[in-house]
Design a binder for this molecule. Structure first.
Ligand code: SAM
Ligand code: SF4
Length: 335
C-alpha cells in the first residue's frame, strides 16, 4: 500500500520535525537589530494564542512528526503563564528548549528543570557593559552574564548567541571564543539578517569567512578543530583544542542551510511561517477558533515552502529593502 505523505513534508522532500513557537511579541530588551526604534504594532491581547491554544496546535504538529519544540519571543520569560505552557508542552514527549535574553532566567531555574528543559540559548552580543547597553538599549549586562554562569553551574546546556555587526562587536570575536575556554558553552556567531525596520545593510554584516579569518589569525591550524555538525544543524561548529566549550557560526546570509531545513515557526498570534524569511503566513489560530481542522492549513503552508530563504534566493533579492518590509520584524517572528 502506498504510504501517504506526511503533511510536514514539503515539495522538496524536506521533513519538518522542529517547531519554534513565539510566546509573546514584547520584550524587556530593545535590541537594535531585532526591534525597530519606534517599536512594533502589538497584536491585541485577544489575538494572541492562549496556553490551551498553544498546546492544541503543538499537539497537532507532534502527532504529525514534530519531535522538537523551541519557545522564543519577544522574550518568552516575560509571559505570565510560562509555567503552564511549559507544563502542558512537557507532556508531549518532545525535546523542549527555550531561547531567552536571560535577564530574569534566575527566577525560572526550578520551573525549567522540572519541565525537562535542558537546552537554553541565550543572546549576548557584547562582553562590554557599555556596548551591551548600546545594542539592547537597556543596562542589563551584569544580570545576563551572571545568569549564564548560573545556568552552566546548574547543569543546563547553554549556547550563547551573538549577532555580529561590523565595527560594533566584531573586535570581540576572540574574547567570545575565549569565554568557552573554561565554560562548557557553545558560542554562536550569527550573521546579521535583514528584517522589517532593522536598518540592515550588507556592509554591516560580518560573514562566516570573516569570522574564520580572525580565528585563523589568532589560533594555529592544529588548535582549530572542525566538529561534526548535527543533522539539520544551522551552525558550523568548531572547537579550540583544550577548551571546555566550542564555537559556531550561523551563516544564514552567505551560506544558507535551506537544503536541510526542518523548521517551521508559529508566531504569538498563531500564524504559521514556513520560513524565517518568508512574508507569507497561514492563520492557524483563526482556523482553530472556528472549530475547524488546522491540518489542511498546515499542509498547504508546508507545501508552499520555497526552496531558498522564502524566495530571497539571490543576494540581489536579499539586499532589496522592499522585500524586508514585507516580512515582520524579528521580534514578532522569534528567530
Ligand atoms: N528574546 C530572546 C533572545 O533574544 O534570545 C528570544 C527571541 S530573539 C528574536 C531570538 C534570536 O534571534 C536571538 O538569538 C537574536 O539574537 C536573534 N536575532 C534577532 N534579530 C536578528 C537579526 N536581525 N539577525 C540575526 N539574528 C537575529
Ligand atoms: Fe528582545 Fe531577543 Fe529581540 Fe533582543 S533579540 S529585542 S532580547 S526579542
Amino acid at each position: 500500500m502506498k504510504k501517504t505523505k506526511s503533511i510536514l513534508v514539503d515539495s522538496f522532500g524536506r521533513e519538518h520535525t522542529y517547531l519554534r513557537i513565539s510566546l509573546i511579541e514584547r520584550c524587556n530588551l530593545r535590541c537594535t537589530y531585532c526591534m525597530p526604534e519606534e517599536g512594533v504594532q502589538l497584536s491585541p491581547r485577544s489575538h494572541l494564542m492562549t496556553y490551551e491554544e498553544i498546546y492544541e496546535i503543538a499537539k497537532t504538529f507532534v502527532a504529525h512528526g514534530v519531535t522538537k519544540i523551541r519557545l522564543t519571543g519577544g522574550e518568552p520569560l516575560i509571559r505570565k503563564d510560562l509555567a503552564f505552557i511549559l507544563e502542558k508542552l512537557s507532556s508531549l514527549n518532545i525535546e523542549l528548549s527555550i531561547t531567552s535574553n536571560a535577564v530574569i532566567i534566575d527566577r525560572f531555574i526550578d520551573t525549567l528543570r522540572h519541565n525537562g528543559v535542558k537546552n537554553i540559548n541565550v543572546s549576548l552580543d557584547s562582553l562590554d557593559r557599555e556596548k551591551f547597553k548600546e545594542i539592547t538599549r537597556r543596562d542589563e549586562f551584569e544580570k545576563v552574564y551572571q545568569n549564564i554562569l548560573l545556568l552552566v553551574s546548574e547543569g543546563f546546556n547553554v549556547k550563547v548567541n551573538a549577532v555580529l555587526i561590523k565595527g560594533f562587536n566584531d573586535n570581540e570575536i576572540i574574547d567570545f571564543i575565549n569565554l568557552a575556554k573554561n565554560l562548557p558553552i557553545s558560542v554562536r556567531f550569527i550573521e546579521f539578517m535583514p528584517f522589517d525596520g532593522n536598518k540592515w545593510d550588507l556592509k554591516k554584516m560580518v560573514s562566516y569567512k570573516e569570522v574564520m579569518e580572525k580565528v585563523n589569525k589568532e589560533f594555529s591550524e592544529e588548535q582549530i578543530e572542525r566538529l561534526e555538525d548535527a543533522p539539520s544543524d544551522t551552525s558550523k561548529n568548531y572547537k579550540i583544542t583544550g577548551y571546555k566549550g566550542s564555537f559556531a557560526i550561523i551563516s544564514s546570509v552567505t551560506n544558507p542551510f535551506c537544503d536541510s531545513c526542518n523548521r517551521l515557526r508559529l508566531t504569538a498570534n498563531g500564524q504559521l511561517k514556513n520560513c524565517l524569511f518568508s512574508s507569507s503566513e497561514s492563520d492557524l489560530l483563526t482556523t482553530l477558533r472556528e472549530g475547524k481542522s488546522i491540518e489542511s492549513v498546515i499542509k498547504k503552508a508546508v507545501t508552499a515552502k520555497l526552496k531558498i530563504r522564502g524566495g530571497m534566493d539571490t543576494m540581489e533579492k536579499l539586499k532589496n529593502p522592499q522585500l524586508h518590509s514585507k516580512n515582520r520584524s524579528m521580534i514578532t517572528i522569534g528567530g
